[in-house]
Design a protein around this ligand. Structure first.
Ligand SMILES: Nc1ncnc2c1ncn2[C@@H]1O[C@H](COP(=O)(O)OP(=O)(O)OP(=O)(O)O)[C@@H](O)[C@H]1O
Ligand SMILES: NC(=O)c1ccc[n+]([C@@H]2O[C@H](COP(=O)(O)O)[C@@H](O)[C@H]2O)c1
Length: 240
């Protein structure tokens, strides 16, 4: 039996773009081809409001947009756990929390009936344990050497206890980035670099820019997400 993996993408999702979900499909296909792991679920974890990044709309709206965008996915769920904490949660803690929660449920048959909505639907039939891996674009990996942003202890814990799946992004060179870091090279076996052969550079910031200028974002975002943005006048949209 292959080791079971749940992929978690942590981010702002302000707003969620199709690429945020496409990453999951690319990663699942990769593991299927490699035959090394079975991907049993995917989770997106929007960041807490106090993260305070430019362009971050309140969690209520980000959660609503994620729910709309994820309606068509059978296996990617949204966890609002981070948004419900008292403040911002480091990614290491988010991975740990979700992994511990899932594995404690799997170890006890009696408490599987009231599971949170972010858990994979097939959990009830599952046995054994799962490993939660961080799924991200290459830009997030490269943010690991921004001074003061990530603690080395956290990077070591993420790589040592979980592992990371990095989707290529144009302008990034994750192989080189890993080679340049002693810490990342030490954990090279826990880093999967997946080439996205159909790159798409739609980003939340580009969407925000277009919306704030009153320009169209049709075909870049799910129609239901566009409708939500316009209805709630998010990102400087004029709802008239
Ligand atoms: N076009 C893309 N290709 C690959 N990965 C992506 C892409 N867009 C976002 N991601 C990844 O999605 C995750 C969540 O990112 P985030 O919410 O910060 O999105 P973003 O679109 O990069 O945001 P912003 O433009 O506001 O910085 C990150 O791991 C990021 O690398
Ligand atoms: N030290 C950390 O754990 C750390 C630092 C910076 C960003 N992050 C996370 O990275 C994700 C993406 O952040 P950005 O949207 O700023 O790229 C967010 O979920 C955020 O919480 C974690």
């Amino acid at each position: 039996m292959l080791p079971k993996v749940i992929l978690i993408a942590c981010g702002s999702f302000s707003p969620p773009t199709p690429m945020h979900f496409r990453m999951f499909e690319i990663a699942r296909d990769y593991f299927q081809q490699m035959g090394t792991h079975e991907v049993v679920g995917g989770i997106v974890s929007p960041v807490h409001d106090s993260y305070g990044k430019k362009g971050l709309v309140v969690a209520k709206h980000r959660i609503a947009m994620l729910k709309l965008a994820l309606k068509s996915s059978e296996w990617i769920r949204m966890s609002d756990w981070e948004t419900q904490q008292d403040g911002w949660t480091r990614t290491r803690i988010t991975l740990q929390y979700h992994q511990n929660y899932i594995n404690s449920l799997l170890s006890d048959d009696s408490n599987r009936d009231t599971v949170p909505s972010w858990l994979p639907g097939n959990l009830k039939q599952m046995t054994g344990t799962v490993q939660v891996k961080l799924l991200c674009g290459a830009d997030l990996l490269e943010s690991w050497n921004v001074p003061g942003l990530w603690e080395n202890d956290d990077i070591e814990a993420i790589l040592g206890h979980h592992g990371i799946v990095v989707i290529s992004r144009s302008g990034s060179n994750p192989e080189q980035f890993i080679f340049n870091s002693d810490l990342l090279s030490k954990y090279r076996r826990n880093i999967e670099i997946v080439t996205n052969w159909v790159p798409n550079e739609v980003s939340s910031s580009m969407i925000r820019r277009l919306v704030s200028r009153g320009q169209s974002v049709k075909y870049l975002l799910d129609d239901s997400v566009i409708e939500y943005i316009m209805k709630n006048s998010l990102f400087g949209a004029n709802s008239q």
